[in-house]
Ligand binder design. Structure first.
Ligand code: CU
Length: 257
């Protein structure tokens, strides 16, 4: 599996390089826009930031994946003394590609994580943001309707922590939930990594049996996520709603206390 994947990644990198070179000569790279961006260079073993001290406000990171594996970059804020609160994230950054992530940072300390292979805690770098917290009114943005209208599907919305779930065949199952528990009221990002060869999804049902959110179908090799608030205590169920996957084992439960 692994060797198959890295071959694919190398293939993608080889394909992407000439394309990138072509783009670089073009008009997209307007000097004015680029100078304001902060470069993050991600490889399979490093996560290099162009700088680590920032002023409060909006920051655009230009993330370059120089590794062989697909990567993702997270900005973590402090949650009860640990850097687990996701402030922003950008996933599925292919080898050889550069993508931008814009994030609004209030004063404080954060960790940037590059995650080669899109799994685990990642390679962490601490950053410091100085300045006024007064101009950081995240909840008072001008007519901020878009985010509040669909909180469960906004990938950039903040949440308390995440859980990684892997979908695999055969036999069909979800991995990663074995020790997962939560406290009522926690807002969790469910992240589904499809390590199989067919599409899977992740539906979450509350203790009353009603669906409270889902990760929409994810293609093989991709990841998808949904932020879901676990409002009440009880036993929750995770299910893949595709075909008869749930009946064949792609179903599990977890407890919220
Ligand atoms: Cu499935």
């Amino acid at each position: 599996m692994r060797s198959h994947r890295s071959l694919a990644a190398i293939g993608a990198a080889l394909l992407a390089l000439p394309l990138l070179a072509a783009c670089g000569d073009g008009k997209d790279t307007a000097a004015s826009a680029d100078s304001a961006k902060v470069a993050i260079t991600a490889t399979d073993s490093a996560c290099d930031l162009a700088k680590s001290d920032f002023k409060a406000g909006e920051v655009t990171f230009a993330i370059r994946n120089k590794g062989d594996r697909v990567t993702e970059v997270y900005v973590y804020g402090d949650h009860n003394g640990a850097f687990t609160k996701v402030v922003s994230e950008l996933e599925n950054i292919g080898p050889g590609t550069t993508r931008d992530m814009t994030v609004k940072l209030a004063a404080g300390t954060y960790e940037i994580a590059c995650k080669p292979g899109q799994t685990g805690d990642g390679i962490r770098k601490k950053i410091t943001v100085a300045g006024d917290t007064a101009d950081q009114k995240t909840s008072a943005q001008p007519s901020g309707t878009a985010e509040s209208a669909k909180p469960s599907q906004t990938s950039e919305s903040a949440y308390d922590r995440e859980v990684e779930v892997e979908a695999k065949e055969y036999e069909l199952k979800f991995e990663g939930m074995e020790t997962f528990t939560a406290k009522a009221g926690e807002k969790i990002e469910f992240k589904l990594e499809n390590k199989g060869s067919v599409e899977h999804e992740l539906e979450v049902f509350g203790p009353d049996g009603k669906e409270i959110g889902e990760v929409s179908p994810v293609k093989p090799g991709q990841t998808g996520e949904a932020v879901i608030t676990l409002a009440v205590p009880g036993t929750y169920t995770l299910k893949c709603g595709i075909g008869n996957h749930a009946d064949h084992g792609m179903k599990t439960t977890f407890t919220v206390s």
